[in-house]
Design a protein around this ligand. Structure first.
Ligand code: DGL
Length: 269
């Protein structure tokens, strides 16, 4: 670890654009850090794929980013964090931060009644990763988990506030109405973009837990601890996509990311 210089970038990846919610938070929290983002737009969605496929894609991206000299990897994808984090940690010689533990920590701290729900992709929910992370944080916690597969395509379409999205959310979340939860983990990178719609359905008493903020603050603490924090002026940002970089750039700008260009890096895994 000692050879790693603070000047080296932080690598961030997701199956596509969703991880930009985590990227934005990292950039806001640590403007001086150099950041490389990789969106695997050729293989998105991960949420309906097998553990084997998600692990292969994640490892290939991690190797590519380490070839760029990153000092730390943020797995800004819930599905990849749920299915591939142990393999990534084993394969890499740098620190690897996922989004699930920070999200579970934030939810365990936020609930007053000890009842929490998590929503995510099919693969994330099937893995049970959030429920077990919540139980590790707080053994007595009561947790429910629901997959909401239509949310990702609705977000990708830009239909964050549409009537159809509200109807879909009402349908998916109906088992949670009257369940007594007071915290809902948005266990998928796309879901923070649906906050308004989700609040309309769940009411303002249910806190929406977005792991991006907690992940960024834990990443900052870790860099500090490892003496790897960069200081000085604003850091640079570089973006890669494994397919259709122009589409990626368009959506990134819609999300308020000031990206000048997106480079193409395709890979087989
Ligand atoms: N990035 C994924 C996640 O956070 C959502 C999109 C996908 O299914 O690939 O789970």
């Amino acid at each position: 670890m000692s050879k790693l210089s603070a000047e080296r970038p932080i690598g961030v990846f997701d199956s596509g654009i969703g991880g930009l919610t985590v990227f934005s938070e990292l950039a806001r929290r640590m403007p001086e850090e150099n950041l490389i983002y990789f969106g695997d737009t050729a293989h998105v969605p991960y949420g309906s794929k097998s553990k084997d496929a998600v692990t292969r894609f994640s490892l290939a991206i991690a190797r590519y980013l380490t070839s760029k000299g990153i000092k730390l990897l943020v797995v800004a994808c819930n599905t990849s964090s749920a299915l591939a984090l142990p393999e990534l940690k084993k394969a890499l010689k740098i620190p690897v931060v996922g989004v699930i533990e920070p999200g579970a920590r934030a939810a365990a701290a936020a609930t007053r009644v000890g009842r929490v729900a998590v929503i995510g992709t099919e693969a994330t929910i099937r893995s049970g990763a959030y429920v077990s992370a919540l139980k590790t944080q707080s053994p007595g916690i009561r947790a429910r988990a629901l997959s909401c597969p239509l949310f990702v395509p609705l977000v990708e379409e830009g239909w964050w506030d549409r009537r159809v999205t509200l109807d879909v959310a009402r349908e998916y979340l109906s088992p949670l109405k009257g369940s007594g939860i007071d915290a809902l983990i948005l266990g998928c990178t796309h879901y923070p973009l649906l906050k308004r719609t989700l609040t309309k359905v769940m009411g303002s008493r249910v806190k929406l837990i977005d792991s991006a903020e907690q992940t960024a603050s834990e990443t900052a603490e870790l860099l500090d601890e490892l003496k790897l924090k960069r200081s000085g002026g604003p850091g640079w940002r570089t973006f890669y996509a494994s397919d259709a970089p122009d589409r990626f750039l368009r959506i990134a700008r819609l999300l308020g990311i000031k990206a000048k260009s997106v480079k193409l890096h395709s890979f087989d895994a």
